[in-house]
Design a protein around this ligand. Structure first.
Ligand SMILES: Nc1ncnc2c1ncn2[C@@H]1O[C@H](COP(=O)(O)OP(=O)(O)OP(=O)(O)O)[C@@H](O)[C@H]1O
Ligand SMILES: [Mg+2]
Length: 327
């Protein structure tokens, strides 16, 4: 199987300016993406998302590892590899501020060897789709940040490459523009069978656009799974059992062997055992354990696990859902 993006064991360290101390931003990331896949790179601040994307799109040279785009080695044949990708980086350095919206679209397409005539109809169509028609002749520096971001994405789409990288495409944008961008990216992926890799902090963005999610933390991949699988994990229910007495260490270990458990104590010295239930059968299994070990259940409450908690659990390696990291 040929992958359109194939990165192997990427590593990157930065040197801190004053102390010369090394920061290992990316510690050995390997990832393969098939044609037409839409992949979300999710992770907390400082996880290494931007560094990884910059290495994939040839902006940053890795200390170790390889980046192969459509079979082309990005490090050895950068220009050739760059023909297959377009990138929208976070922030607003993707555009020329002193050119108008239309001029930016024409200029960057021209760089890709597309003539004005060739792309004029596509520009009109994209402007329309992004509600930017009225702004076509306005200078980019007079646009709102959200409009600039829409334009950056339009420029990337016009390049008509097989692969599009986007770093935090909806960061800091208002609800409406974020919605438009999500809608556009989804449509583009489906209509033109593009391979898209985007980074985000934001689960709803990933959930809506991507089929697959790769969670990275501290420079390593901790989870690589389909969004639907992860959502079923996010759907996880939890029950809090208040038991008659303090749970013994042995009791706790028995439950912990099978479930994700949090134990705390209330003021009356009773243990409150919160168990994450992934399958409905599990609820009865927990009850069975309590019964076998003669633990009296005084109260059962349903607690809700939100995405944030599950995400943090994955990041901390507490769910058993992590993948092995290849080194
Ligand atoms: N140019 C740089 N010089 C020094 N350290 C850097 C540089 N760029 C990034 N880092 C450090 O590398 C680590 C990874 O940063 P990176 O920007 O790749 O993370 P990120 O996942 O994109 O974070 P965020 O969600 O905040 O955008 C962080 O500790 C960051 O401080
Ligand atoms: Mg970043």
């Amino acid at each position: 199987m040929e992958y359109v993006i194939d990165i192997q064991n990427l590593k990157k360290s930065y040197k801190k300016r004053k102390s010369n101390e090394l920061i290992e931003a990316v510690k050995g990331i390997s990832l393969q993406v098939k044609k037409g896949e839409v992949v979300g790179l999710l992770g907390p601040n400082g996880a290494g998302k931007t560094t990884t994307i910059k290495m994939m799109c040839g902006l940053l040279l890795p200390n170790e590892g390889t980046v192969t785009i459509n079979g082309i080695d990005m490090i050895k044949h950068r220009l050739k590899a760059l023909r297959h990708i377009s990138t929208v980086l976070e922030g607003n350095r993707n555009l020329y501020w002193r050119l108008t919206v239309r001029e930016n679209m024409e200029y960057f397409s021209g760089n890709r060897g597309l003539s004005k005539k060739e792309i004029s109809a596509r520009i009109d169509e994209l402007l329309e789709r992004l509600n930017l028609t009225e702004k076509a002749n306005e200078m980019v520096n007079s646009l709102s940040r959200g409009m600039q971001q829409k334009l950056s994405i339009a420029v990337a789409i016009l390049a008509n490459t097989e692969i599009i990288f986007l770093d935090e495409p909806t960061l800091g944008l208002d609800v409406e523009i974020s919605y438009e961008i999500r809608k556009l990216l989804k449509e583009i992926a489906q209509e033109y069978n593009k391979t898209i890799l985007l980074s985000s902090h934001d689960m709803p963005v990933v959930q809506e656009i991507c089929e697959r999610v790769v969670i990275i933390n501290e420079g390593r991949i901790v989870t690589d799974d389909s969004v639907s699988n992860l959502l079923s994990l996010f759907d996880t229910k939890a029950y809090s059992f208040t038991v008659g007495s303090t749970l013994s260490l042995k009791d706790r270990e028995t439950i912990e062997q099978q479930f994700i458990v949090q134990t705390e104590m209330n003021e009356s010295g009773q243990s409150i055992v919160t168990v994450t239930i992934q399958h409905s059968d599990d609820f009865y299994k927990v009850i069975e354990i309590f019964k076998e070990r003669n633990i009296v259940i005084e109260k059962v409450d349903r607690s809700i696990i939100d995405f944030e908690q599950v995400f943090m659990k994955i990041v901390k390696g507490e769910t058993g859902h992590e993948v092995a990291v290849s080194v």
